[in-house]
Design a protein around this ligand. Structure first.
Ligand SMILES: [Ca+2]
Ligand SMILES: [Ca+2]
Ligand SMILES: [Ca+2]
Length: 356
């Protein structure tokens, strides 16, 4: 059964969101540490060393040296065993401390310094074209549109009037197509399980919200990925709210990477706006008051009760706002939340991984 769902405060400007069934009993079995691998510096078989450590600078010969080589992080290969992963697709973030949160909002307080282990984050949001092979793989495995735990991955059919139609079509027989013109747009209408499942299938995982925020902050306490200045329609795909009226820049998603001037200090694109992004963590408004100082991964469960939704629901986090949200929801620190069993034309995701 599908019911209309009232939107959370952070994503109130979003268009249709629907919720399938009860969202209060989900069991999470994934962990952001799943993909951590031995830190192999790939001495075996290296023939082209130019350093003195004996570590291979480019074991997979994709033109990028391993992150373990200790060179420029912006040029580092996060996965030196996979030629499809390199600094053009996934950026390496060395272990660091940063100030998470902002005292502006109750749910982003207190702002305080925390530490993160090294991680890597996709330069771009996952696109429709990226997502199709995953759906095909699920179908070939006998689980079309289902994650391993049976959770739905994607909403193809919309039985409600929708200004922004779904961009993927289920042709039947395990065949999926992208609506013309939307190949390089971020995939949206995905459930949280789709982000978790896709990223694992692609050799990674969803970022934690702390990793996502640190990537946006870029070593500073900037409000936006590009810096301290307010957004405009050359920096991100969002909506201006003028006298209570929404004036979207584009009124739809845009191809990923459309706003290079809005890149973060580390070259990560579309963190602010375009598609809001599922992250790993469950959401609780007071989590920052109690979270560990090192590598926080969120509470064990999420819960939100609202005036409009007094019975409450299990909530996952989204980050970055989207093409229909105002500037204040597209900051590096704003925390969006939705039921785990929600999907929307404004929510997608990007992947992270632990360096290997
Ligand atoms: Ca390499
Ligand atoms: Ca590589
Ligand atoms: Ca985004």
């Amino acid at each position: 059964m599908r019911v209309n769902l009232r939107l959370s405060v952070a994503l109130v400007a979003m268009a249709i969101v629907a919720c399938d069934g009860a969202a209060g009993d989900s069991v999470d079995t994934a962990s952001p540490g799943d993909s951590a691998a031995a830190l192999d510096t790939a001495d075996s078989g290296d023939t082209g060393d130019s350093d003195d450590t004996g570590a291979a600078p480019d074991a997979d010969a994709d033109g990028a040296p391993s992150w373990a080589s200790g060179g420029d992080p912006l040029l580092a290969d996060c996965d030196d065993a996979d030629p499809d992963v390199g600094p053009d697709t996934r950026r390496y973030f060395p272990a660091a401390r940063f100030v998470r949160g902002d005292d502006e909002f109750a749910n982003t307080s207190p702002a305080r310094e925390i530490s993160l282990s090294a991680y890597c984050l996709d330069v771009r949001e996952v696109t429709n074209a990226d997502f199709v092979p995953y759906l095909e793989a699920r179908a070939a495995a006998g689980m079309p549109n289902l994650a391993d735990d049976g959770s739905p991955l994607f909403a193809f059919v919309d039985d409600t009037p929708d200004t922004y139609g779904e961009r993927l079509r289920d042709e039947g027989g395990g065949v999926y197509t992208v609506e013309p013109g939307y190949q390089t747009h971020p995939v949206v209408e995905v459930y949280w399980a789709a982000g978790e499942g896709y990223c694992a299938w692609a050799g990674g995982r969803l970022p934690t919200e702390a990793e996502w925020e640190s990537a946006g902050r870029g070593g500073e306490q900037h409000d936006f990925p590009w810096g301290p200045t307010a957004p405009d329609c050359t920096l991100e795909n969002y909506a201006l709210i003028v006298d209570g009226q929404r004036e979207p820049c584009e009124d739809d998603t845009t191809p990923v990477g459309t706003y290079p001037t809005g890149a973060s200090a580390h070259g990560v694109l579309d963190l602010a706006g375009n598609a809001a992004e599922w992250v790993f963590d469950w959401y609780r408004a007071d989590y920052y008051a109690e979270s560990p100082e090192a590598d926080p991964q969120g509470p064990d469960s999420g819960w939100v009760t609202e005036e409009v939704n007094p019975e409450g629901y299990a909530a996952r986090l989204t980050r970055g706002g989207n093409f229909l949200t105002g500037a204040e929801f597209t900051t590096t620190y704003a925390r969006g939340y939705e039921p785990e069993a929600a999907h929307s034309n404004g929510i997608g995701f990007r992947c992270a991984q632990t360096p290997r």
